[in-house]
Ligand binder design. Structure first.
Ligand SMILES: [Zn+2]
Length: 384
């Protein structure tokens, strides 16, 4: 569709004279347009027209430019001036102008639509921008949260390692406390007797045999609440001449809190008793301290040299399967210091007493037994 000259847009029907003037000027411009269009027509089209011309052997016929508005389809070239002045062409011209005017009226609508669309897009763009800004804020917040989480994790880790260190410290302290408690509990049994529970006997025998650890010490015990401090030393695979043949059991004097006010040298009879856990036929042996030995002088170091019974018990009785002295991998050895010159014959009786009985009960049982035996002795002696 050829573009409409701008003056046609201003077309408005008014009085006849101006109308005809207007139409005249439009006619002229439309002619100019047609002519310029014709000038721009390709050579092929011109050739086609000429060919048609030759074929019909007549004058050249060209459709009126307003043929789409109902004007003539064929107008002879030399008749165009007359055709333009014809009423049919003039009517078609008016139709064409009206159509173009209508079309140009739709342009503002299109512009409005486009403006709406553009403003819509603009709004959407603003929304997108706002959303982006919001998302950026959210991202920053999330980033901050991650940072704070990281630092709190770090703080937790530090706290954990500090707690772990503290726990280790506490554990060490607890071990120390336990040892102290053990010592204190043995201090409570401070009547000069002590029962030593030896655990993991098989392991200790193998340690001694392999000479990884040849001897072990019992916890310390006391003769009274402010008395001598003592302990036992046991060689699981024997010591010296008794090595590999006997258990060697020794008595050790330890430096105590009250040594300064006690009697020295230590001169009280010491008795060892290895418990037979099957019946009450315990293994009992005693020795009397040699008052000249360094072992029984007042301790000047933490502990004196051990002294006692190297051939206390044949290893065969311990190593044998089902040894009555070893049950559940445990052995029990009692050490008794006799501060009251107990008759030698009473010792087996003392050892046979239930260690679970309170000390005062054990003592009264012992006194009763001694009294009974004193009564029997004259009778038996008279019989002799
Ligand atoms: Zn025409």
């Amino acid at each position: 569709m050829p573009p409409v000259p701008s003056e046609t847009l201003a077309f408005q029907p008014s009085n006849d004279e101006s109308m005809s003037n207007k139409l005249e000027s439009l006619r002229e411009s439309s002619i100019k347009r047609v002519m310029s269009d014709s000038d721009q027509e390709s050579d092929t089209d011109k050739k086609a027209i000429k060919r048609e011309c030759r074929m019909t052997n007549a004058t050249v016929l060209i459709p009126c430019p307003l043929v789409t508005y109902g004007c003539l389809g064929e107008v002879a070239c030399d008749e165009f001036d007359a055709h333009y002045s014809s009423s049919i062409h003039q009517e078609c011209l008016v139709k064409a102008i009206e159509a173009q005017t209508q079309k140009s009226n739709t342009v503002p609508e299109c512009v409005d639509l486009l403006t709406d669309a553009v403003s819509c897009l603009y709004n959407e763009n603003i929304q997108v921008q706002n959303t982006t800004i919001e998302l950026n804020h959210v991202m920053t917040a999330v980033d901050n949260q991650i940072q704070s989480l990281k630092s709190s994790i770090e703080a937790t880790n530090q706290f954990m390692s500090a707690s772990q260190m503290q726990q280790t410290l506490l554990q060490t302290e607890m071990e120390t406390m336990k040892e102290k408690m053990t010592e204190m509990s043995t201090q409570v049994c401070n009547d000069g007797t002590f029962i030593w529970k030896i655990t993991d006997v098989a392991q200790k025998i193998s340690d001694a045999t392999a000479e990884r650890q040849t001897s072990i010490y019992s916890p310390p015990f006391y003769s009274s609440s402010n008395g001598y401090k003592m302990c036992m030393r046991l060689y699981m695979n024997g010591d010296g001449q008794a090595r590999r043949t006997h258990l060697s059991l020794f008595f050790v004097l330890l430096r105590g809190e009250y040594d300064a006010i006690l009697d020295w040298p230590f001169s009280y009879k010491v008795t060892f008793c290895l418990f037979n856990q099957q019946d009450k036929r315990h293994l009992i042996d005693s020795f009397r301290p040699d008052s000249k030995s360094n072992s029984f002088q007042r301790p000047r170091t933490a502990m004196n040299i051990a002294s006692g019974i190297p051939r206390f018990c044949p290893l065969t009785s311990i190593h044998q399967a089902n040894s009555p002295y070893v049950r559940d991998d445990c052995m029990f050895i009692r050490c008794m210091v006799d501060f009251g010159n107990m008759a030698k014959t009473m010792i087996p009786y003392v050892c046979s007493l239930n260690p679970g009985l309170p000390v005062n009960v054990q003592r009264s049982l012992l006194q009763a037994e001694a009294a009974r035996r004193n009564e029997e002795i004259p009778a038996s002696s008279t019989e002799e």
